[in-house]
Design a protein around this ligand. Structure first.
Ligand code: ADP
Length: 543
């Protein structure tokens, strides 16, 4: 017997319709590439997303055609989030930090028909447009006057001229909620980029899940700054969830330096921010240098890479800001776990609470996870100690990559995350490593994240990457590659001594290599593959 409830498809257009009807006045503030700060509202975004839909409908596209964006976080990108998907096309967010060749490869693989870009990225567009034959329409996110006459990009149009003349009335089409809505390629930290194709249903369910109190805890009372880019993994659902709850959004655009982010946060009374650790490093550096304080910021969600404990402590102890650790991946829309204490843990001593908060957290309802033995596949206990391969499943977890053979991707319906983790009795998951970064020393595993975290807690260290080096007796031994803070003094011996008492002797790195910089990937993560390449001639000091 079937239930007798209405059957409304879960469509992205319903989010913007809701935001307009119930939160039309809530502000959307954007720092623009033009240099100013632009203000609109959810009502304004709703109108202009319908204009975008009308403009797209004049291009002769078919449903499901890909419309790519190469854009910072801002109101125009937000309009495209709703306008493109809402009209039945697929929003393909491109990562502008990719190498031009890789970008062209992705555009061709996705067969993008339209490419809309911030003018900052014109040089990139000039570099790739001849290699992108599927793209028939190039649109610059600016006024007509700002489009350079000599851009060299054929038929380049201004976004404002293209969509600005369109009517702002439009009836969003209704279709199957399983229809593809958006596409995002993994940044290729682990091999070739692979396209993750989200659906309207997965996006709306994910937006619900992300807004929950024990997830990102979003409400109409929040002023949210997503520093995490809209070009990568849907800015952790913030654009969609904010529409569902009617939150104010504050977009930093391309100005991600500490000063710009801080000033915008203060001016717009941001209560909640979200981003990867590298961005917060710049913000904290700026605040420390200027003796600054946050006026309104209550919490910041940090994910994408492990949050160094020292960063969490600084936020809490110096600035009174709660860091909420979260974990996910492009393949998971991206939210998997969020670290919020359970009721019975709130009475724990500060130290015990801190060690829970440093974990990546509990699953959001909708995601199921388990850890398994890498060889036998047997499920491992949730004791907080046993580590194994982390597997996930759920309605916002990928079932296959765009245009690839996916027959062997899932094992009994579970997706292999490539992460190695423990899960404790309360269900808190902790990432030990990416499986390829784990260091295997004398049959035991050493977590590169643990080694990095200790180095990062040293006041002279700006960034640290731990990698395994071949060793004749132990197979592999960890070394730590370190970037010092500007002007700081630190010797190899001092840093190694700093490990004493903080970890077991055999988990202490064998050597310290100081470098000027650690290469970061397109999503701000350390590229250990590149670090390894740089150290191709390095040899471990073997006693
Ligand atoms: P890629 O960088 O390969 O495109 P994603 O950006 O989707 O992939 O990153 C997913 C991966 O990032 C996860 O599998 C995990 O290894 C890492 N990651 C994400 N959040 C965290 C976190 N809070 N702690 C540690 N690692 C994390």
């Amino acid at each position: 017997m079937l239930g007798l409830m209405q059957n409304h498809p879960l469509l992205i257009s319903s989010l913007i319709t809701h935001a307009e009807r119930h939160h039309a006045e809530a502000a959307i503030v954007s720092r623009r590439v033009e240099g100013d700060v632009h203000r609109t509202t959810w009502g304004g975004i709703a109108k202009r997303s319908r204009q975008v839909a009308n403009a797209l409908n004049t291009l002769g596209l078919s449903r499901g055609d890909r419309v790519a964006t190469l854009a910072w976080n801002g109101y125009r990108h937000l309009e495209l989030y709703f306008g493109v998907s809402g009209a039945g096309y697929v929003l393909h967010t491109l990562n502008p930090r990719l190498h031009p060749e890789q970008l062209a490869w992705i555009v061709n693989h996705a067969e993008d028909s339209v490419l809309v870009f911030d003018t900052t990225f014109l040089p990139l567009v000039k570099a790739v447009h001849t290699q992108c034959p599927t793209v028939k329409h190039w649109i610059a996110l600016c006024d007509a006057a700002a489009v350079p006459a000599d851009s060299g990009v054929p038929g380049l149009q201004s976004y404002e001229a293209w969509m600005g003349q369109q009517p702002d009335t439009y009836d969003w089409p209704q279709f199957d909620e399983h229809t593809a809505s958006s596409l995002c390629y993994t940044s290729g930290t682990t091999g070739n980029p692979k396209g993750v194709l989200y659906s309207h249903r997965s996006t709306v369910l994910h937006a619900y899940g992300a807004a929950l109190p024990d997830a990102l805890n979003l409400s109409s009372r929040d002023s949210i700054m997503p520093v995490v880019p809209m070009f990568h993994a849907n800015a952790w659902a913030v654009p969609y969830s904010a529409a569902a709850v009617g939150a104010k959004l504050v977009f930093p655009g391309g100005a991600l330096d500490g000063k710009s982010v801080y000033e915008l946060m203060e001016a717009e009374q941001v209560t909640m921010a979200a981003g990867v650790p590298t961005v917060w490093q710049m913000l904290l550096g700026h605040m420390e240098a200027g003796g600054l304080r946050f006026g309104t910021l209550q919490r910041t969600v940090i994910g994408g890479s492990a949050c160094p404990p020292a960063m969490m402590d600084t936020f809490k102890q110096r600035y009174g800001v709660d860091v909420i650790h979260a974990w996910g991946m492009t393949e998971m829309s991206p939210l998997g776990t969020v670290c919020i204490l359970k009721g019975h843990q709130e009475g724990l001593a500060a130290d015990a609470q801190r060690s829970v908060r440093l974990k990546q957290g509990r699953v959001v309802y909708g995601v199921d996870m388990k850890i398994v033995d890498p060889d036998s596949g047997a499920e491992l206990p949730w004791d907080g100690k046993t580590y194994g391969d982390l597997l996930v499943r759920g309605p916002w977890v990928t079932a296959g990559y765009f245009k690839l053979d996916n027959s062997a991707l899932l094992k009994d319906g579970w997706f292999h995350t490539g992460d190695v983790a423990t899960i404790d009795a309360d269900g808190f998951m902790q990432i030990t490593d990416r499986s390829k970064d784990v260091i295997k020393s004398g049959g035991e595993w050493i977590s590169s994240i643990d080694v990095e975290n200790i180095a990062m807690a040293h006041p002279a260290v700006a960034m640290a990457a731990c990698i395994g080096m071949p060793h004749p007796k132990w197979d592999e031994r960890p070394i730590v590659v370190v970037v010092k803070k500007p002007g700081a003094q630190l010797s190899r011996e001092e840093l190694l001594a700093f490990y004493e008492g903080k970890t077991a002797k055999w988990q202490t790195p064998d050597d310290v290599v100081f470098v000027e910089a650690i290469p970061l990937g397109a999503t701000g993560k350390m590229q250990k593959m590149k670090v390894r390449e740089q150290l191709a001639d390095y040899r471990l000091p073997i006693a």
